[in-house]
Design a protein around this ligand. Structure first.
Ligand code: NAX
Ligand code: ADP
Ligand code: K
Length: 495
């Protein structure tokens, strides 16, 4: 159930279900019933104000109103728009409601909670005028709002606010989530999202062919391997993380520790000579190797047992560091390029993309928005999933566009949107840990997209586990807790 559907794809799903013999009004009845259940759970007593719009979102509202009334609740229905123009399935729902329907107006009547059925998937322009005033009054009331499908004003496709938007405590959506439920600011405005089965068969997805998913285990768990009895450390992969110079070594150690924790059998920090002593004084299970320059790094990465490498955290931005990235790109190992290893290419991003296209092993790029803009200056506006997808295709690499709603995109067009990361992760060094987790997964042979999506998910889960007050150092032990939880009950351990 991780597929994400655009509003157009969702309309196709409705359409295909109806063509397949499920009447539209039956879908709407189930949708409205799910909304009524959510209201009962969130607002168990008191009067309910149901705000209906002119389309099918309003139709769901009429069904919910009728159900709540049948359950003995006092319900007031407001309709935004001309009742004579309510048509189709919404007309049937309106007629079945049959109770008083007031023109939407201010001030709002007193109520214990509000159902927002103004606009859903059909929102096609910014909210203005009376509708905008109603949205403002709803938000100012601080009453609990249950949104039908999406909070009115939130774009289902992008999560953007169109004009103004309702702030809901809960949203009830149908069949599959939309990108706007996960992308900011939509995600916060939705509150808790419930996915209701309204009788659309999953088989409609075959014709729709979604290419976007909510990031979750089903996307990558099958490509993760626990060590079996016959395993030894070399079977679990050997990751190399390149350290910066004397004053910039911590980031590489954070990444290296995370790579080891993520399951790489061995991890080596490749250290410039001037930083050997400081690295040596901090490393235990992670090994240390002297790296004198690009030839030395190239030789290290060409040892057949090294399977992945990470460059970027604390690396530095001089020409010398640029030659290290060149050497890594020429080596036959999977790569994570982060931070400085991305910024180094800002004057010639195409040269990076050409080097990636010329190699076989997968590459993951992990830019935050600033680094992304340096590599893809023409892709700074528009919906985040589309920007990441275009970047991945251009770079021939998996792109992890970081943020509160990190998007992972593969060169073949697959996109995952992550929503499990707490804002506590916005702390120095947290990105280095993410790069390390991804490197650890790549080292074990996971493909680029799966390794990246899994890394982002574990990073978010570890952030949640560590919780308030976390620093980047806390993520590595928290990652252990999260991994134990995943492996133990999931039965993923293979012989
Ligand atoms: N059979 C179906 O298609 C189903 C649809 N469902 C519901 O139907 C909704 C989609 O219905 P619709 O496609 O009718 O669209 P909506 O009901 O979301 O909105 C469309 C209506 O709002 C108007 N509108 C759009 N943006 C506006 C704005 N900014 N200011 C003022 N008016 C605006 C449009 O002109 C149109 O009249 C879903 O969100 C879901 O709640 C569910 O009942 C499940 C089944
Ligand atoms: N508000 C937020 N909510 C969730 N995750 C966040 C938030 N802000 C940042 N993060 C995550 O924290 C990490 C920060 O990485 P980055 O920007 O590279 O910083 P640094 O390298 O200093 O750690 C990224 O994985 C990002 O997705
Ligand atoms: K709505």
């Amino acid at each position: 159930m991780l597929e994400l559907l655009t509003t157009a794809q969702m309309a196709t799903a409705d359409h295909l279900a109806i063509e397949g013999g499920v009447p539209g009004i039956r879908l709407m009845e189930k949708a409205g019933a799910a909304v009524a259940r959510a209201v009962t759970a969130r607002v168990p007593e008191g009067r309910v104000l149901v705000l209906c719009g002119p389309g099918n979102n309003g139709g769901d509202g009429f069904v919910a109103a009728r159900r709540l009334r049948a359950a003995g609740r006092e319900v007031i229905v407001h309709l935004l728009g001309d009742p004579a123009r309510v048509s189709g399935d919404a007309r049937i729902a309106f007629d079945r409601w049959g109770g008083p329907t007031h023109p939407a107006d201010l001030p709002l009547p007193e109520a214990a909670g509000i159902v927002d059925a103004l606009f859903g998937a059909g929102l096609d322009r910014p909210i203005e005028g009376l509708a905008a005033k109603i949205v403002a009054a709803v938000n100012a009331s601080r009453l609990p709002v249950i949104a039908v499908d999406v909070p009115s004003g939130v774009s289902g496709n992008t999560g953007e606010v169109m004009g103004t938007a309702i702030e809901a405590v809960a949203s009830v959506t149908f069949f599959r989530l939309k990108p706007g439920h996960l992308l900011c600011p939509g995600r916060e405005l939705c509150g808790e999202v419930t996915l209701a089965d309204i009788g659309i068969p999953a088989s409609v997805l075959d014709a729709i062919g979604p290419r976007s998913w909510r990031n979750g285990r089903a996307l990558w768990a099958e490509s993760m391997r626990a060590p079996g009895a016959g395993s030894h450390k070399y079977r679990r992969g050997h990751a190399v993380v390149v350290s910066g110079g004397l004053a910039r070594t911590g980031a590489a150690r954070l990444a290296a520790g995370a790579a080891l924790r993520a399951g790489a059998g061995l991890v080596t920090v490749a250290s410039p000579p001037d930083a050997l002593v400081v690295n040596a004084s901090h490393l235990t299970a992670v090994m240390l190797g002297r790296m004198d320059g690009p030839e030395s790094l190239g030789a290290m990465l060409s040892d057949g047992r090294v399977t992945a490498a990470a460059l970027g955290p604390g690396l530095g931005l001089s020409a010398a560091e640029g030659t290290l990235v060149d050497a890594a790109l020429a080596a036959p190992v999977a790569l994570v390029l982060d931070a400085d290893a991305l910024t180094l290419w800002q004057d010639a991003p195409d040269a990076l993309f050409d080097a990636i296209a010329a190699r076989e092993a997968p590459v993951i790029l992990t830019p935050h928005e600033g680094e992304f803009a340096r590599l893809f200056p023409d892709l700074t506006t528009g919906p985040k999933p589309e920007r990441a997808r275009a970047a991945a295709a251009r770079a021939a690499a998996t792109v992890v566009l970081k943020g509160a709603d990190t998007v992972i995109a593969a060169p073949d067009g697959r996109v995952a949107i992550n929503d499990n990361a707490p804002a506590w992760l916005a702390t120095a060094g947290s990105g280095d840990v993410l790069a390390g987790i991804a490197t650890g997964f790549l080292a074990q042979g996971m493909p680029g997209f799966e390794a990246a999506a899994a890394a982002v998910w574990f990073h978010g889960a570890a952030g949640t586990e560590a919780g308030p007050g976390l620093t980047a150092e806390d993520l590595e032990p928290a990652l252990r807790t999260v991994l134990r939880r995943l492996w133990a009950p999931a039965g993923l351990v293979l012989p």
